[in-house]
Structure formats: structure tokens, C-alpha cells
Design a binder for this molecule. Structure first.
Ligand code: SF4
Length: 244
């Protein structure tokens, strides 16, 4: 499945989807289950995916929390992300369930996702255009900030801006082609070119994916390989590695 998945990226998804397909055929007669409890039994399906399938595919009255929904709920009901109280995953889901309008889960969850993707974005919320500003705790905090620019909110906003700037500087300092993520992709891409059952010794693989590869790089390569094996993307044995 990893061979035919190219060029879609996120190879782990291919492995998970295949595994789920087998499980659904074997245990659910070929039909993806509808309830959250049964969906969570599928390998690789977490609470967000289970909620999204139950809500969007089966129109169930359930909450689901992705990054956008979490941010929007936090801002509307609790305030800016760096305010107290901060939400953990369990609290975010509990809040999402608490505010879910009866019979409207399908529209509500999509609206929250859309709001988070368009107006209530992570770094540049468009509050002046937002229909929820009158009911939004974060907007109230930000309004306070414009009246009292030396207040707590300003310090929080500065902290967010600095964090964002540091994150961007760090990312710019390290080119993608030197990251482990890049080399993980190189390993899988190279193994796709080999005949199905052929293995390649680790050192030979290293020379294929990194022109400057030397013996000192072996522990680094082994670590990458271990990670790929753990994700189900690689088969590693004494005589080398290959795709599963
Ligand atoms: S008012 Fe601003 S912070 Fe509040 S939900 Fe709308 S865009 Fe987000």
C-alpha cells in the first residue's frame, strides 16, 4: 500500500487506512461502524476522527474537537489561549459536548471548523468581521487591551508574538532538506524503487538517501529506521530493510 500511495504523502495514513479496511471487513461485515465506542476500536482512530465520522457520515448528535474547533471554543468561552484556565483534551471535549446545540451537531461542528479556518485563525483573528464578537471572551479581553495597552492582555499578546517569531526563526534556520522528516520520506521513496521483497543493508540505504553519509551516521539512520518500523512503514531484519 505504501508503494501505490505515492505521491499523496503522510504514508502512515495509507498503512492505517489499509489496516482499518481489513478490520472493517473482518469484524463489521464491510460497513464502518456508527457509534463512537465502536469507531474507537478501529486501529488508528482517535476521538476526533471517531466524532467526525459519526457526525458527518452518520449525522449523529456528537461533539468533535479538532485544532480549529478547540481554538474557537477556547476563545469564545474561556478567553485568549494564553489566559487561564487552559484546556486539556478532556476538558476541550467536555466543553464541546456541553455547548453542542440539540439536533444541530452536523451544522454546528462544520460552522466551528469553518470559523476557525477563516475568521478565528490562530495568529490573525478577524474579530471585526466575526458574528460572535459580542459573546466572545477573547474579544472582550482584546477590547480591554486597546483601552488599557499596558495591561495583562498586552503582555499575553506580546508573549504569543514572541513565541510565533521564535518558532518561525527556528524553522527558517533549519532547511527542510536537513530534517529527519525529509530523510524519512527519502527512505520510503527509495525503498519504493526496489523489487517488493528485496532488502537493502542499512549502510547502503544511508548512501542512497544522503550523499555525505558515513559510518558515524549509522546510529542516526538506525533511529530513523526504528521510528519508521514503529509506524508500520518499514520492515527491518538482520539482512536489511524493505517496505512491509
Ligand atoms: S470574536 Fe475574534 S476571537 Fe472571538 S470567535 Fe470571533 S474571531 Fe475568534
Amino acid at each position: 500500500v505504501i508503494s501505490v500511495w505515492v505521491p499523496l504523502g503522510y504514508n502512515r495514513r495509507a498503512v492505517s487506512l489499509q489496516s482499518i479496511a481489513y478490520q472493517v471487513m473482518a469484524e463489521y461485515d464491510g460497513r464502518i461502524p456508527e457509534s463512537i465506542d465502536e469507531l474507537l476500536k478501529l486501529k488508528g482512530v482517535g476521538r476526533y476522527t471517531a466524532g467526525a465520522i459519526a457526525c458527518f457520515a452518520y449525522r449523529k448528535q456528537v461533539a468533535t474537537v479538532d485544532t480549529n474547533i478547540r481554538r474557537v471554543l477556547q476563545r469564545i468561552f474561556l478567553g485568549l489561549e494564553h489566559s487561564e484556565p487552559k484546556m486539556n483534551d478532556v476538558q476541550a471535549l467536555a466543553l464541546a459536548e456541553q455547548v453542542l446545540p440539540a439536533g444541530e451537531a452536523y451544522n454546528w461542528n462544520q460552522a466551528l471548523m469553518d470559523l476557525g479556518a477563516t475568521l478565528c485563525t490562530s495568529s490573525n483573528p478577524q474579530c471585526v468581521r466575526c458574528p460572535l464578537q459580542e459573546n466572545c471572551c477573547a474579544f472582550a479581553e482584546m477590547s480591554q487591551h486597546s483601552l488599557f495597552p499596558s495591561g495583562m492582555v498586552l503582555r499575553q499578546l506580546r508573549k504569543v508574538a514572541e513565541k510565533e517569531a521564535n518558532y518561525q526563526a527556528k524553522n527558517q534556520a533549519q532547511p527542510f532538506t536537513s530534517t529527519n522528516r525529509y530523510f524519512r520520506g527519502r527512505i520510503v521513496d527509495f525503498l519504493r524503487t526496489l523489487p517488493a521483497s528485496e532488502r537493502i543493508p542499512l549502510a547502503d540505504l544511508g548512501r542512497q538517501i544522503k550523499p555525505t553519509f558515513c559510518d558515524d551516521d549509522l546510529p542516526w539512520l538506525q533511529k530513523l529506521v526504528d521510528g519508521l518500523v514503529k509506524d508500520g512503514l518499514l520492515d527491518c531484519a538482520g539482512d536489511g530493510v524493505r517496505l512491509p
